[in-house]
Design a protein around this ligand. Structure first.
Ligand SMILES: CC(C)(COP(=O)(O)OP(=O)(O)OC[C@H]1O[C@@H](n2cnc3c(N)ncnc32)[C@H](O)[C@@H]1OP(=O)(O)O)[C@@H](O)C(=O)NCCC(=O)NCCS
Length: 165
């Protein structure tokens, strides 16, 4: 069963394990200088990244969830408010890809986005990311390409869309 667990320190430790075991650092966080791979510096940067973006109320900009498959962390999902929109993001560890998990997580994220009252669900990916593009078109979102960037937008008809705050 696929569930979303709100990020906390315990979930973050599990998430780092999943990232180290099955993802490239560049797939899951901004670039960090130094030799390739999951160096101690990069592991620390991964923790600092999520603490700053989600866990520390003074600096948080997004909600993050650990994606659990039958209780094991296999990736992360996030929603970041931008005005009347929420931007979604997902990554899965390699073993978890291509098994329909992304589709289930996208549905769960959409439900959270609707609950938040956002008017629009947005996401961006790259032209070569066929999995992400398929997930986004599957929601009914409109995809527009500009160079290598692909932007997706789906109107949700939430409270903000109806002019109710
Ligand atoms: C992108 C990602 C989240 C997709 O999740 P997933 O669980 O692998 O995707 P699913 O198995 O749910 O498949 C969803 C759809 O994408 C298609 N798909 C998945 N991977 C694909 C691939 N590599 N090439 C082409 N189509 C692909 C599936 O066929 C399915 O299509 P359908 O709805 O027509 O049946 C996942 O592969 C991932 O984490 N990749 C690495 C990180 C990343 O790129 N994140 C997104 C950044 S924008």
């Amino acid at each position: 069963m696929i569930t979303l667990t709100p990020l906390d320190e315990a979930a973050l430790a599990r998430l780092l394990e999943a990232a180290v075991a099955g993802a490239d650092p560049l797939e899951v966080m901004p670039p960090v200088d130094g030799p390739p791979g999951w160096t101690p510096t990069r592991r620390e940067a991964f923790l600092a990244f999520h603490r700053a973006r989600s866990l520390n109320p003074a600096t948080a900009v997004e909600r993050t969830w650990v994606i659990d498959a039958d209780g094991t962390a296999v990736g992360a999902a996030r929603l970041e408010p931008h005005g009347d929109a929420v931007e979604a993001g997902i990554w899965l560890s390699r073993d978890a890809r291509g098994r329909g998990i992304g589709k289930q997580v996208t549905a769960l994220l959409l439900a959270e986005a609707r609950k938040s009252g956002a008017a629009r669900f947005i996401a961006s990916t790259t032209a070569g990311n066929h999995g992400a593009r398929a997930l986004l078109s599957g929601t009914g979102a409109a995809l527009t390409a500009e160079g290598d960037e692909v932007a997706a937008e789906l109107r949700l008809g939430g409270a903000a869309a109806a002019g109710r705050e």
